[in-house]
Design a protein around this ligand. Structure first.
Ligand code: ATP
Ligand code: MG
Length: 565
């Protein structure tokens, strides 16, 4: 491709709309342009990278026996109602105004529908079906460029089995394929156990890339024993508090203007482990009081697992109506008709202080066994940095990360709702067991740039680079230079080398060098008067900045060796 007649709109200035490195560089290097919040056009050079990523993904999916589909993005809403997911997605789903259609945010329902209508017997299983296709999600806060778009490309695949071992095998195959894909894409990534909603157990894993700036996920990791988990399900071994031998009598005390655990701890000169905080959620229209130790943070994802439904925090104004007191003065004693759940750390403790359900009063000496009717205790707290690891007690770290991919054992949830069954080996109709596996294609590109760039621009590795070689002619008024560069260009093209050739006439060499570093193709070939007169040209490696001189006649072999090594 010759730049003189190509669309290669680089930007000198850093676009103000971009906060993170990858977003800035994708705009500056002319890979993408924003159309509207969370909606991006891939320009020709960006699209080359996108296609390379898709090809790597495709090859690895084919290797594990995946069969590529192309499913419609426009879906009749009824199919999504069969699984109740119109409601579950809520505002995240785009609805078409003049038809009963939605724009698909994922494709479990469509896959399940095809399976239901076409698969009859265990003999046809297992199947792995995949596609690389546009997804639509009305993300409330699209940010960081293509990392969180409202329209984005996903590789989504689905495994169909009728025995659990089959699902486990398909899941493991995906796990291996994902490792290969991300490694081939040159990414440093790590894997964590993740929330698997209703399925429970170790049935879901996320592939993450550490990123302070772009990360929206939090992972808890132990550098000693390699424990790694999304914070949504992470556990730790926090300091254990023992029940005291004697439970004193409870007593209501005046605590004027004391609203927070810190204020209460100071006021009573009591350690926070003896204070319990109450938070109230609405579940199925009913209030549920959640009791946490001290300043421990409630983990909504964990809580959801125990409450089996949508949970919603109750606004402070409503609390007075229900409890007769404000948020800072609530507690579990003498509560009627309100379910109480407590964090495991509080299990059977005594000598606790809680709100009295009366503004400005707390109750001391509470014995949770004697004075409350807690329905159950469960691990519903959020792990904090430096808490001891569950496995080895080393201090845990919390890492901010971007989710690249997610693999998930779905089980029979979808097949049951949609009545998708097959005959098993015993001749019984059984629901199809599904797995669902996703990768964000744009996220691979943005994460690569986050990890491989410097102040001058992107530093592509050859597998993802939009071109193999960036050829630059320096002295454009010298016909000999232009001819030499043209000959190199043609020779490389004839040998299937993908060359971008900066043949622009009215542009200074400095600008060309800057654009080449910004675009970040691994090899730059620089054709200048100084070297050509000795039969040489200069080669610059973008990653190391190293330069060397090559004989013009050796270029072809050198480049072909580089590409194929
Ligand atoms: P997140 O928690 O980041 O919103 P998710 O859990 O909703 O992701 P999945 O539904 O598992 O994501 O989708 C599979 C993959 O698609 C994700 O791992 C991610 O790489 C990508 N992805 C999801 N949402 C977006 C988005 N809005 N923009 C770009 N890629 C996305
Ligand atoms: Mg999401």
């Amino acid at each position: 491709m010759k730049i003189s007649n190509a669309f290669f709109p680089t930007l000198k200035e850093i676009p103000t709309e971009a906060q993170i490195k990858s977003h800035k560089l994708m705009l500056r290097a002319g890979l993408i342009r924003m159309l509207s919040s969370g909606i991006y056009s891939f320009l020709p050079i960006g699209y080359r990278v996108l296609k390379k990523v898709c090809q790597i993904v495709r090859e690895e999916m084919d290797t594990i026996g995946g069969q590529e589909f192309h499913l419609p993005a426009l879906n009749p809403i009824e199919i999504w109602e069969e699984t109740n997911r119109v409601e579950a997605f809520g505002d995240t789903m785009f609805h078409v105004k003049n038809r009963n259609y939605i724009l698909a945010p994922t494709h479990e329902e469509i896959i399940c529908n095809i399976a239901k209508n076409n698969l009859k017997s265990y003999k046809e299983l297992p199947q792995i079906w995949y596609q690389i296709q546009t997804k639509f999600r009305n993300e409330p806060r699209p940010r960081s460029g293509v990392l969180r778009g409202r329209e984005f490309t996903m590789k989504d695949s689905y495994s169909l089995d009728c025995i659990l071992e089959g699902l486990n095998k398909s899941y493991d195959l995906h796990s291996e394929a994902y490792k290969k894909i991300f490694s081939r894409c040159g990414l440093k990534f790590f894997i964590v156990g993740a929330s698997s909603g209703a399925m429970g157990g170790n049935n879901s894993q996320e592939f993450l890339v550490e990123s302070k700036e772009g990360g929206e996920d939090f992972a808890v990791v132990c550098e000693n024993c390699n424990y790694a988990s999304n914070i949504e399900i992470a556990t730790s071994n926090p300091q254990k508090i023992e029940r005291e031998k004697i439970s004193k009598t409870i007593e209501e005390i005046f605590t004027p203007n004391i609203k927070t655990i810190n204020q209460l701890s100071e006021f009573l000169k009591t350690d926070k482990s003896h204070l319990a905080k109450s938070v109230v959620y609405k579940v199925d229209e009913k209030p549920v009081l959640i009791l946490m130790m001290g300043n421990d943070k409630l983990n909504e994802e964990k809580l959801k697992k125990y409450l089996h439904g949508e949970i919603e925090k109750i606004e402070d104004e409503k609390l007075v109506e229900i409890f007769g007191a404000d948020g800072g003065s609530l507690g579990p004693v003498n509560l009627k008709n309100v379910k109480i759940i407590a964090d495991k750390r509080l299990e059977n403790l005594n000598q606790l202080v809680c709100g009295a359900n009366k503004n400005d009063f707390h109750i001391v000496n509470i014995d949770l066994i004697r004075d409350t009717s807690i329905e159950f205790y469960a691990d519903i707290r959020t792990v904090e940095e430096n808490e001891p690891c569950v496995n080895c007690s080393s201090p845990l770290k919390i890492i901010t990360a971007i989710e690249l991919g997610h693999i998930f054992k779905l089980g029979t949830k979808y097949a049951t709702s949609m009545n998708a069954t097959v005959l098993n080996e015993e001749g019984k109709q059984v629901p199809i067991i599904m797995g669902s596996y996703g990768i964000g294609i744009e996220r691979i590109i943005a994460c690569f740039i986050e990890q491989h760039s410097d102040e001058d621009g992107i530093i592509w590795e050859k597998k993802l680079s939009p071109f193999d070689v960036h050829l630059i002619s320096v002295n454009t008024d010298n016909q000999n230079i232009m001819n030499t560069a043209e000959n190199i260009y043609n020779e490389l093209k004839e040998n299937q080398v993908d060359v971008i050739y900066d043949n622009r006439l009215n542009i200074t060499a400095g600008v060309k060098f800057k654009d080449a570093d910004l675009l970040g193709v691994p090899i730059q070939l620089i054709v200048s008067e100084r070297n050509v007169k000795n039969g040489n040209i200069e080669i610059k490696f973008r990653n190391s900045g190293e330069r060397s001189i090559l004989k013009i006649e050796d270029i072809k072999t050198f480049i072909l060796d580089f590409i194929h090594k």
